[in-house]
Design a binder for this molecule. Structure first.
Ligand SMILES: *Cc1c(COP(=O)(O)O)cnc(C)c1O
Length: 404
């Protein structure tokens, strides 16, 4: 037996036989022959980077979202960094975000010398709460980074209203939320800048990859500059007269955040299947909601009003008063059934790096409570109906067995 949970003394229920003979993980990419062909075509072409596949994938992102501009780059993290640079974040600036996110949503502020300010979440939607964010605004606040947690979206309209009132930039971290809509508008057009990630666990896979979407030409020009070292070949931006056709200028300090044409081709090929992926994710999400909504031992995540969400993560939240086991117990019990859960996320300010900057526990009580009660269970477009039913059966069996 190599099952960690079983070794920890937690048996599978139903006579010790796991519900699944093979492990099922919380996320998995779905690559088909068309994706493979698209990448191979690039490999046989003249351009492996800075080529036509980049422009083409950027156009596809604009077509899908309705945004004017897309800047594809090497990762979602790189996209967040150049978005913060374009927003002019610098030493001493404060940027408000949620603690329930991947560290990159706060790290991007640190790369620019700014200070992430964590505001609490809404306990039902798990999204950054606009009212809590408003309380954190000071005269040093420069931007807000709401995260579309799990597919979201956060209430971006409320953040835009706040931003307008206080002269802030809204950078929406939509790493989880490609394809999601809010009040009939696509994520990608809601905020000043919107960031996507194409990491393989996300809805659209590029191996690695990210993008910033914007409707602002001014921001777009900056994003293009920061994607490549702050270097430009656009003579209208240059300080000096070019002394030859080879001449270019570096106007600011950045680094190499370019993406390859192979990744861009994979992203564009995957984007053709976005509505199919979204429909399947939604189907699974509804089956889970229906099954778990009936169980008093579990709380089902609520959506922001007006949201049509393409769910990236399915978050199971336990109701501790109704169970004899805690989150760790539930985690181990799922593992014993060969359903491999995960936890998204450890509150960012719990990490020693952030502790070393002076952040302390207790800052965002709702986020901390959620962290103690949450688990991520499998959700991806490639799941079969059997996969879905076995997850439902496993979760239900555990919730009932350990019920109080
Ligand atoms: C995945 C993710 C990122 C970073 O994306 P990478 O492409 O992995 O760099 C940023 N924010 C959130 C919320 C994410 O989930």
């Amino acid at each position: 037996m190599d099952n960690q949970a079983v070794m920890n003394g937690i048996p599978a229920l139903a006579g010790g036989k796991p519900i699944r003979s093979e492990k099922i993980f919380y996320a998995h990419q779905q690559i088909d022959e068309a994706d493979i062909d698209a990448v191979v075509r690039v490999l046989k072409s003249d351009y492996l980077t800075c080529g036509p596949a980049i422009d083409s994938a950027e156009r596809a992102l604009c077509d899908i979202t309705g945004a004017k501009y897309a800047v594809l780059c090497s990762s979602g993290t790189a996209a967040l960094h150049i978005a913060c640079m374009a927003a002019g974040i610098s030493e001493g600036d404060e940027v408000i975000t949620t603690p329930i996110t991947f560290a990159a949503s706060a790290n991007c502020v640190r790369y620019c010398g700014g200070k992430p300010v964590f505001a609490d979440i809404d306990p039902a939607t798990y999204q950054l709460d606009p009212a809590k964010a408003a309380e954190k605004i000071t005269d040093r606040t420069k931007a807000v980074i709401p995260v579309d947690f799990g597919g979201g979206p956060a209430d971006i309209d409320a953040f835009c209203a706040l931003a307008k009132e206080h002269g802030l930039t809204v950078i929406e971290d939509a790493s989880h939320a490609i394809g999601t809509r809010l009040r009939e508008r696509c994520v990608g057009t809601l905020a000043d800048m919107t960031v996507f990630s194409f990491h393989p666990v996300k809805t659209i896979c590029g191996g690695e990859g990210g993008a910033v979407m914007t409707d602002s030409e001014e921001l777009y020009r900056k994003l293009i500059l920061y994607r490549t070292h702050g270097i430009t070949r656009d003579t209208s931006l240059m300080r000096h007269e070019p002394d030859g056709p080879w001449y270019y200028e570096q106007l600011a300090l950045s680094t190499n955040y370019r993406i390859t044409d192979m990744q861009a081709a994979l992203i564009e090929s995957q984007l053709k299947k976005l509505s199919q992926f979204a429909a399947r994710r939604d189907e699974i999400r509804r089956r889970y909601d229906e099954a778990f909504g009936r169980l008093p031992q579990l709380f089902v995540q609520q959506e922001t009003p007006g949201a049509e969400t393409v769910r990236h993560l399915y978050i199971l939240r336990i109701v501790p008063e109704k169970l004899t086991i805690d989150r760790r117990g539930f985690y181990d019990a799922l593992l014993a059934e060969n359903i491999v859960p995960n936890v998204h996320y450890v509150p960012v300010y719990y990490f020693p790096y952030y502790e070393s900057l002076g952040y302390e526990r207790g800052l965002c009580p709702e986020a901390e409570r959620l962290y103690d009660e949450m688990l991520t269970i499998p959700l991806y477009a490639g799941m079969t109906d059997d996969d879905v039913e076995s997850v439902i059966e496993g979760v239900t069996r555990i919730a009932k067995y350990y019920s109080r």
